[in-house]
Structure formats: C-alpha cells, structure tokens
Design a protein around this ligand. Structure first.
Ligand SMILES: [Zn+2]
Length: 552
C-alpha cells in the first residue's frame, strides 16, 4: 500500500518488447515497476505456442494457452502488465524475412502500434536488436517492428482506423537492452547502464529475488532459476531518440506537471504519503477519497484514468475491504440457473455503506452499513441465457491462419486473456462518495492439499460431446460407425439428435441410437452409437469435431 501511495506521484511508463514468453528481462521489469514505480508492461509478440513442454503433452495453441497463464502469473509477481499481438509462434525461424512471410508483417506491426497507442510508454525497451544478434528470426523481427512502431504510432496516417479509439503517441526513445548470454556479449562500457540489483526494504526482498520468483513461473519451459543478490547492471543503447546519459527517463517529466492543472494533485498525494500510518491505513481513506475527487476534476486523459484506477484499488486496500463474489459450481451452463455467493467485510471499519449490486440483468439496491470486521454473506440466483457466449480464448474463436490468430475486434487486440464470464459491480458509499468496484465472479473451492482456490467461471452449453475417435477415415467402404459420449451439464436437459442428421445432404445419411436424450442427472453420460452412410460414388473423410464452439 505504501509503495502504491508513493506511486501516485510518479507519472511514467515503460514498455518492454520481445517475441516470446521468457524473452523478457524480469529483473529489469521488477526494478522499473517496484523501485522506480513506473507503469511497466511487457509486450510479447507471441504466446510461445512453439517449443517444448516440460510439464505436459500440450503443443501448439494449447501450449500457448499454458504460457499465457505462466506470463500472467509472472507479472503478478514482478508488477508488470502483459500484452500480446496476434502473431503465432510457429517454431524456429532463421531470419526475420522468413518470420514476416508467415506473420503478416502489417498486421503484427499494427498490433504493436495499437499497444503503444493504448499504453503510451514514455520509453520502449527492446530485448533484441534489428541486426540479428538475437539469433531467432522472431527475435530480430520483434526488434524491427518495435523500432518501426516508434514512428508509426505517432503518425496519424498509419493505421488510421485505430484512431477512433486511441490517439497517436510519440515515445521519447527506443532502447536496446543489450545482453551477455549464450556466448554472445553485446554489452559494453560506453553504453548507458543501471544497477537493478537493489533491495526493497518495504517488500523485504531484492529485485533479483523477486525476479527469480517471477522467472520461475515459466514452468512449461523448466525455467526455475536461483535468486540473485548484489549489484547487477543492465546496459542500454538508444536505437531511436537520444542516448540517455544519467537516467533511462531523461528529459521526460514524471510529475503531475505533465497534466494541465495537475500540480494541486501532487500536494494532496504528498500529504497522504507523509501521514500514512502503516498500522492504520484506514486513516488514509478519507484523504484518498478527496484525491479521487480532485483527479476527477481534471480534463480527461491518460494519467487521469490511470491514477483514478490506482486510487480505487488503494481505497479498497487501505479499508481492508473484502468483496468476494463466487459460485460453488465450476461452470455456468446455458439455460440453467447459477447461484452467486456474496461475501463482504469492511475489515478496518472505514466509513462504508453498501448501496447497490449489479450482475448482468440482476440489479439490487441496499442501504447497508458495513460494520467493522463483520461478515456480510448472502446469495442470489441468476439465469444463464441460451445465448450467453461460451467461454473460450478470443484469439481462437475464429479459424487461425498459419502464422497468426484471426482477431477482427480491434478492442480485443493486445488483451492477454479472456474477459470474465460475469462481473459483479458493487457500489459502496465511502466518505460520501460512491465507488463502484468490479469483481469477476469466480468458482471457489477448497482442496484438502492446496487449500482455498479460485478459478475463472466457465460458460458451457447444456451438453458436451466427446467422440471415441476424433477422426475416422474410410476408403471404398463408405460406412462409418462409432460412439459419441454425450455429457449433460444441466439436470433435466433433453435433446434430439436426428435433427443433426437431417442437416446433411441426400448423399449422406446419419443414424443415431438412441436419438432422444434425457439427462435426468447432472454430468450423466449417454453413449450414442452412430452410423454414417455416404453415397457410393464418393470418398469421404469424416472429422468428428467436438470443439466447434456450437455445443455439438
Ligand atoms: Zn525467444
């Protein structure tokens, strides 16, 4: 909390860019986010879909899903934010030219520009240069795209379609974070260097220790690393803009002066910092509410939004506010009901009155004082409509191309993960001001070994189909038979299968047995035998696709 309060007066941001999960310099990210208190991001062009998996059988897009979560887990430790482009990690590539043939250069450049325009980094740091010392073609490509995006993000004629959502952005400089690994030393003493090996007494850890915990999240790559302590230099060479001499952020105003009318904000934040009581953070809540209102009076802009978000989080943290909305079901099933459990606690007794809860179409008003360290528990039931979108990674919703994911919604691009299936909006009046806290609704359970656990809530169709074989091939004898194991996810769900058969052409006849399914119990599995007869003139190759997102 104290670090976050000090951060309120730091208006600076850094974006690190490379190609894969694990390319990023976690020690530098930790130092920038936790020592310098900059908003720090990592843009990994790919999700690391290629390569080896040391912890399971998943390959390709499934490995990319695992590595996405590993990166998010690393960022929760080092304090960075995570972004991706649409680029697919198709495996080793010798040259950037070969990489760009598969990636669709303009699309991936557009994504880098988009993330820069949204994140508005003061400086951009590349792991890899344009000149090939990074080895892998993806690495060099990431250097080329980052350097090109530096100018393109500031040019209103480039990717103009983005400008309905974001503004152009000119970063101050691009730096190559030179390295000494793999027998390749690209650092030298004439480069600008920073010691990132310090110790943070508030966190009780060195940045090298935090970085090791972060790095060790790359479990599928077996990248567990020991913690480091002591002086540790990072070297930088400017590839766009001027070479820094005394500070990475040289010639950049990192104070509230960069926002018109912002100087009065700095004074309020200073007084909150000076009077912060480590044992009684709740004493700072009233000041934070005043700060929130003062920031709200500023003209709209990037730092206003950013700092309001930070103050919001701080108000909840300094109040010890616990706002939990969970289910005891792992899945929200279309056409079924879903019971939500609300659990609130105002643990430090700030001045808080619950006023309203909104979840989807459900909306409820309250006038309930949240007493100090009192649990307020209650449940509500919502209905999951048939058209509630099934949970799936947005980048896999459309069929992908060889070298990139097909995402057409501009606003999704860059986003690391799927949105929560449901969010609860909880409005609480704190010192006279209304704050609406958003909380994802999660599945909560207790594992006898691992203890209390949360998982995202997943939306499913009422029945899931799993074939005995995913692909059946036949030549000459155009009859196929097999079994579909159908699991009902909703008690009382009924369905007919011969509707599916009738959708085929006259040349193909499909029979099911049984064709009427009645799931009188949840999770009941009904095996259905099927036969497909195709016309004698044709060779048919049938793929039984149980992952078509339509629920069978
Ligand atoms: Zn890499």
């Amino acid at each position: 909390m104290y670090l976050a309060i000090r951060k309120l007066n730091v208006l600076g941001s850094v974006l690190y860019i490379a190609a894969h999960p694990d390319d990023e310099n976690t020690r530098l990210i930790t130092y920038l986010s936790k020592d310098k208190l900059y908003r720090t991001g990592y843009l990994s062009l790919t999700r690391g879909d290629g390569g080896q998996n040391l912890i399971g059988d998943e390959q390709g897009i499934e490995l990319g899903l695992i590595r996405t979560q590993e990166l998010l887990s690393a960022r929760r430790i080092d304090g960075g934010e995570q972004f991706f482009t649409r680029a697919y990690d198709f495996g080793y590539s010798k040259t950037p030219e070969e990489t760009f043939k598969k990636w669709d250069r303009e699309k991936i450049l557009s994504d880098v520009v988009w993330v820069i325009r949204k994140f508005q980094p003061d400086i951009i740091i590349n792991r890899f240069p344009e000149t090939g010392e990074g080895g892998h073609g993806h690495h060099t490509a990431s250097g080329i795209l980052a350097n090109e995006a530096f100018a393109a993000a500031a040019d209103p004629s480039r990717f103009a379609e983005q400008l309905q959502y974001v503004s152009v952005w000119q970063a101050k400089r691009v730096l190559w974070n030179t390295f000494n690994f793999g027998g390749n030393n690209t650092t030298s003493n004439d480069q600008f260097k920073v010691d990132v090996g310090g110790y943070n007494p508030l966190l009780g850890k060195s940045y090298g220790e935090i970085a090791a915990e972060s790095r060790s999240q790359h479990k599928s790559q077996g990248f567990g690393v020991p913690a480091s302590r002591g002086e540790s230099f990072e070297f930088f060479r400017a590839t766009k803009g001027d070479q820094p001499k005394t500070d990475l952020m040289e010639a950049i105003d990192l104070t509230w002066k960069r926002v018109p009318g912002g100087e009065s904000i700095a004074k309020i934040a200073d007084s909150i910092t000076a009077s912060f009581d480590l044992l009684h953070p709740e004493n700072s809540v009233e000041g934070l509410v005043r700060l929130y209102k003062a920031i709200g009076n500023l003209p709209d802009g990037y730092w206003k939004t950013q700092k309001q978000r930070e103050v919001y989080t701080l108000i909840a943290q300094c109040s010890g506010l616990f706002l939990d909305v969970t289910t005891t079901e792992q899945f929200a099933v279309q056409t079924d009901s879903l019971r939500l459990n609300f659990s609130f606690n105002n643990r430090l007794g700030t001045d808080a009155v619950l006023q309203k809860i909104t979840v989807d179409k459900f909306d409820s008003a309250f006038i309930q004082v949240l007493g100090k360290n009192r649990n307020l528990n209650f449940s509500k039931t919502v209905f999951v409509p048939a058209d509630k979108p099934i949970t799936q990674p947005y980048w896999l919703a459309k069929k992908m191309e060889e070298g990139y994911f097909n995402v057409t919604d501009q606003l999704s691009i860059g986003q690391p993960d799927v949105d929560a299936a449901y969010n609860a909006f909880i409005t609480i009046r704190i010192f006279g001001e209304r704050f609406t806290f958003m909380r994802p609704i999660r599945y909560k359970f207790t594992d006898p070994v691992r203890g209390e656990l949360y998982q995202p809530l997943t939306v499913l169709p009422p029945a899931l189909i799993e074939p005995d074989d995913k692909i059946k091939i036949s030549k000459g004898n155009n009859t196929f038979s097999g079994v579909l194991n159908i699991t009902g996810k909703k008690k009382g769900f009924q369905t007919f299968l011969n509707d599916v058969g009738r959708q085929h052409t006259d040349k193909v006849k499909v029979d099911y047995s049984p064709d009427k399914l009645n799931f009188d119990e949840k999770n009941k599995v009904i095996p259905v035998a099927y036969t497909i007869e195709a016309g004698r003139d044709n060779d048919y190759y049938f793929a039984i696709d149980a992952n078509n997102g339509e629920g069978g």
